[in-house]
Write a protein that binds this ligand. Sequence first.
Ligand code: BDR
Ligand code: CA
Length: 317
Amino acid sequence: RKKLLVDVDCGVDDAQAIMMALAAPNVEVLGITCVHGNTSLENVCKNTLRVLQVCGRLEIPVFRGAAKPILGNVICAGQFHGQDGLGDVPDPQAPGLDMVQKEGAISAMIRIVNENPNEVSLVATAPLTNLALAVRMDPSFPSKLKGLYIMGGNTESRGNTTSCAEFNFAADPEAAYMVLKDFMCPTYIACWEFTCYSKLPWSWCDDWLAQQSEKARFMERIFSHSIEFSNSERSRAEMVDGMGFVSCDSYAMAAAIDDEFVTRSDKVAVSVELTGTHTRGMMVLDTLGILKKTHKAFVVRKVNMERFEQLMMDGLR
Ligand code: BDR
Ligand code: CA
């Protein structure tokens, strides 16, 4: 079975991605590390436990990581995910934070990968702070990974957070820069515009939520806030190529789960703008090789959408 470590800022689409992984019979989730992002780190930990609870998988260890980016202040994405990250719906049965492991996320990542050298794929669906800190703590960490799957960045300088930057990169540009510089393992990037081009019709989403399961009821509850936002003016403006259901983080997860999922990608060196007035946090594609970077990432361009629909459906079954 594929061994995965998942690094999340558990908002609604992170929850969808986690549920997809837990439902995949060929996948073993070794742990989930939490980081600031869509909401506060404490909310992220709590949300992750809530998702594991509804899936009956609370035995999977959850680790607390960085509460802030490498530089600057936390930015959250409450307008889409709700202030608490999961749609601001009450959940009196939520597991307590005492269920979070005592060991911190960075040392847990390094330990788990050392225990399973070249076997673990890391799926990062959040600001990359934990990964950047892990490679600072142990520079050999990336070389022991089987692969890295990132949701983040952009290819056409269309932002969803600033005019030019995607949320996960905008929330910690320095971390994204370090990861794209230092992680020499096979790296797949599902960026913002790609996820928008690969959206599903809202009618499909209705069928997805209409499944008869506790997981579907949970998803329906936490998702209603983002559905409302998705119909707003602001969302229309940020959406690339018309409206539809986009579960950004699930594309990176599907790529990690299924080797056949990505059908076309560009192999190109990538970096991140750190200083531009308007462009800080924007992903830079070095198509001409001018930066002389030896490591190239696979920037995902096309995927098997039938397979994606199936994996999403299975997640709530
Ligand atoms: C990314 O930003 C977050 O709000 C989502 O969870 C996703 O990881 C999309 O830009
Ligand atoms: Ca996320």
